[in-house]
Design a protein around this ligand. Structure first.
Ligand SMILES: NC(=O)c1ccc[n+]([C@@H]2O[C@H](COP(=O)([O-])OP(=O)(O)OC[C@H]3O[C@@H](n4cnc5c(N)ncnc54)[C@H](OP(=O)(O)O)[C@@H]3O)[C@@H](O)[C@H]2O)c1
Length: 325
């Protein structure tokens, strides 16, 4: 089989396409014929040895895959050759055949393409874990998404809208806010030109925001917390600004609200069945069109270097996907 290999930690430009023997599954694994492998920013880091996971060399990047099951290990129950599946595997996906632990598999409905399915795990997986599992988001509640046009943010905008919540997208330019409106945001705030706390309180007619999905950190965190409704839930998702804010705890007391950490990768490891149930919901929404699962461009395995450069240069709007067809 063909595999994109990282043989030294010199970044994406040194990836090589080579031929390896076909893999065999152990007892609790399956071999998947990888038809699509979605790439992420962390793939540029893992190929430099700068990511939280540091696989032994050589390895293939690519943490999210979709394809058909080819072979099933002796103790695998409930999966058969030919099943359409997707999985979050961390790394090792940019190759024609990948070995996957059976507890990572999620079934892909016939109406969802492999390209779209491959890129759903991380962004929508985090959004549904945060909004549903951690915040208990209810229909009609106000949700403010900070960093709403980024990968994590836009998925949260779409998913909150699919859950019938009222979404306020917060981002730094009119172009970004327009993208958010097209993905389901009812209201928008430009936090570079507007006072965030006042805008959120005005847009909710003084009620305040029931759930904040904060991908950014920095100064906007406290401003959004000060605009929360009684009994609100503030989701700590990421710190794209590079600034981890410190919060006066009396704000939580005064609003009877909760600050809640969202650590999707760890939740998948601890609760694979919960992750599978969440992803089945996500893929149903993709099948009905409630979630767009936008694929920006596809590349063959031989185009992996160029594909990762698209991500590194921040040119991608939606997912970049390697395909083997
Ligand atoms: N907790 C979890 O399980 C989990 C899962 C996935 C991602 N994350 C985290 O969530 C954060 C966002 O990830 P992402 O994939 O959405 O990233 P992304 O696509 O790069 O988007 C980040 C957004 O943050 C805003 N931002 C503000 N200051 C920025 C800065 N100095 N540099 C870059 N962006 C800045 C940008 O929007 P504006 O220009 O509109 O401000 C941008 O759209 C990251 O910290 C990531 O590690 C956490």
């Amino acid at each position: 089989m063909k595999a994109v290999l990282c043989k030294s930690l010199d970044g994406p430009s040194n990836l090589r396409l080579e031929t390896l023997p076909d893999p065999e599954p152990s007892a609790n694994e399956v071999v998947v014929s990888v038809e699509a492998c979605a790439l992420n920013f962390f793939d540029t880091l893992i190929t430099r040895g700068k990511y939280q996971f540091k696989p032994d060399l050589p390895f293939s990047p690519g943490g999210e895959i979709a394809g058909h099951i080819l072979k099933v290990g002796s103790e695998v129950d409930g999966w058969d050759p030919g099943d359409r599946v997707t999985a979050y595997i961390g790394w090792g996906g940019a190759r024609e055949k990948a070995v996957v632990s059976a507890d990572r598999l999620v079934s892909v409905p016939p109406a969802v393409s492999m390209e779209a399915a491959s890129g759903t795990s991380i962004t929508y997986g985090t959004a549904i874990h945060g909004l549903r599992d951690r915040a208990g988001l209810q229909p009609g509640e106000w949700v403010a998404v900070l960093g709403a046009s980024g990968g994590a943010g836009l998925a949260a905008v779409e998913l909150a809208a699919a859950m019938k919540a009222r979404v306020i997208a917060v981002a730094s330019s009119e172009e970004k806010l327009e993208v958010c409106r097209r993905h389901g945001a009812e209201q928008t705030v430009n936090y570079h030109t507007t006072d965030l706390k006042s805008a959120l309180r005005e847009l909710t007619d003084g009620h305040g925001v029931d759930v904040v999905y904060d991908c950014v950190g920095g100064d906007s965190t406290e401003a959004a917390l000060r605009a929360m409704a009684w009994g609100g839930r503030f989701l700590v998702v990421g710190f794209a600004s590079g600034d981890i804010p410190k919060i006066p705890l009396n704000l939580l007391l005064l609003k009877g609200c909760a600050a809640i950490g969202v650590f999707w990768g760890e939740s998948v490891r601890r609760d694979p069945a919960g992750h599978r149930a969440n992803m089945e919901r996500v893929l149903d929404w993709v099948a009905t069109g409630a979630l767009k699962a936008r694929v920006d461009r596809t590349y063959p395995l031989a185009g992996a270097v160029e594909a990762l450069q698209m991500i590194e240069q921040r040119k991608a709007v939606g997912k970049i996907v390697l395909t083997t067809a």
